[in-house]
Write a protein that binds this ligand. Sequence first.
Ligand code: ATP
Length: 359
Amino acid sequence: MTSITLEHVSKAFEAPFGSDKPIPAVQNVSLKVTSGDILGILGPSGCGKSTLLRLIAGLHAPDSGRVLYDDVDLKDVPLRERGVGMVFQEGALIPHWESRKSVGFFLSLRKRDVEIPEKLKRISKITGIGLNQLLERKPRQLSGGEQQRVSIARALARDLKILLFDEPFSNLDAKYRHEARVELKRLLNEFPVTSVYVTHDQVEAVALSHRIAIMREGQIEQVGTYHQLYTSPHNLFVATFLGQQPINLFQGFVIDAHWRGVNFAGFPMRRDLEEGSKVTLGIRPEHVRLDEGGVECKVDEVVPYLAERYQHVTVHAPGERFTLHVPLDHPVKRGDTLRCSLDPDEILLFDASAGTRIG
Ligand code: ATP
């Protein structure tokens, strides 16, 4: 297996017609993917995820900076020796071949046909009976999801050093996407390979990756495990981007080294912060508590999450709206009055103008 290193990599595309400004797709990105790691790249549409993946694959050359495989500059690694497999949104299979031939093609090319049945057997075993049946068919006889399975099997049947995925399951419906993810996870456990996985679906990134890089406007904002990113975001962008439900944000000020907002107040802050400076307090809905001595608020909306055993409740207090989790055994309905406080151990404080974390 191979490690991947990016050192200050930038890539811009030519200015569109009528403009003299190039499009900066990736800007000064430094990143390390250790051997055998699965790194998810997560970010909004157009933030540069696919361009970054193509730079890692060697399909784009960086304008500046270097991409290294095992400490060797990619431009010095001959194409044949790179051992990179890519799985895209569309399976990219060869139309008139049956899938079995497609999967075994790279091994046959290297005169290693004898390994094909053995590898296919292992891959088929992990994927269940599905793949075995699919292998007899040509791409037009396969659904989108099936084509993806064959593409992934083809990538794994090769002796790859690096596997790159660009939203491979985004065309599949939700149920099938879940199955495909579980299957891919099992395959990657069985055939470990250094992988980079691009997606804008955080559930997918969490399910498949060991670590996640959050990207915005061509730059990496933060890299870490999902737990690190979720509980300790470096800035407001990461805090608001992650989470199945949006984080609550309250605007306030520093008064006498404490945070004070419209309804909530009294959280101690760093002493070096300027009196009166604007600070945004972030808290996730699961950390807003029902509290007899808390702030009075009115319930606007209740959404039950039966499997997770809570209700996601939207409330308002004077001038502010926020959400909290209420256990299912505490019935709540629109118009009810609740009293809430914020768990002081779980609040996140951000400089309101720069968005950087300050507490
Ligand atoms: P999505 O999630 O929508 O696929 P992305 O995060 O993968 O987006 P990229 O496809 O890498 O983003 O695009 C980054 C920026 O570069 C965008 O502004 C895009 O319009 C631009 N871009 C990408 N490819 C090209 C190209 N070949 N020529 C010109 N501009 C491009």
